[in-house]
Write a new protein. Structure first.
Length: 190
């Protein structure tokens, strides 16, 4: 009989490394997905993912079972990502995901629709990278990860109204960026 997640959490909180490894393996993909979307850098995302699970291990005894573990993990990884975004090191060494290689591969395979989709994804990532840190995190959690405003407000420990307001401004900024991006692109093609 397989164990439930609450049972695994209890075992891990009492120091069972096998149970903790099981938790980490279960949740590492979504933690990494959030980190890479916020940080736009696979190496920084790997570091943030590792730091998330280190903090989880250190603080698992304080875990409140009334909160979903995923909500707690989102809170940890977003806080780590915000710290990274604010750090001087990250600002000096900011690197973006190398979408040019992906676009080149798509180009050689001849998929116009796929190429357009890759270009749109790249443009949205460029737009999101220019947002204030909190707006970027909210945009990633809400629009890219598909969380509800309530879940995002729980993760960031703020009100749903603040989430909605920040998301509204983030979407406006991204829309403005995309409009300018595609107008500039269309003009240069003429």
């Amino acid at each position: 009989m397989s164990e439930t997640e609450p049972e695994i959490i209890r075992k891990a909180a009492s120091g069972d490394r096998v149970a903790f490894r099981q938790l980490a393996e279960t949740h590492q993909h979504f933690v990494y997905a959030v980190a890479v979307r916020v940080l736009n850098n696979p190496q920084d995302a790997e570091d943030a993912t590792q730091e998330t699970f280190i903090r989880l291990w250190k603080n698992l005894r304080q875990y409140n079972a009334e909160i979903k573990l995923t909500t707690w993990l989102y809170r940890i990884v977003t806080n780590i990502c915000l710290d990274v975004l604010k750090s001087a090191h990250h600002k000096r060494n900011r690197m973006t995901i190398d979408l040019e290689k992906q676009v080149e591969k798509i180009h050689t395979s001849g998929g116009d629709q796929v190429l357009q989709q890759a270009e749109l994804i790249k443009a949205v990532e460029e737009a999101a990278a220019q947002l204030p840190h909190l707006q970027k995190v909210i945009f990633v959690l809400r629009d890219l990860q598909g969380l509800s405003p309530l879940e995002v407000s729980e993760i960031l420990e703020t009100t749903e109204d603040k989430i909605k307001s920040n998301l509204y401004h983030a979407r406006l900024a991204i829309g403005k960026f995309l409009k300018q991006h595609y107008q500039t692109q269309n003009i240069s093609e003429l």
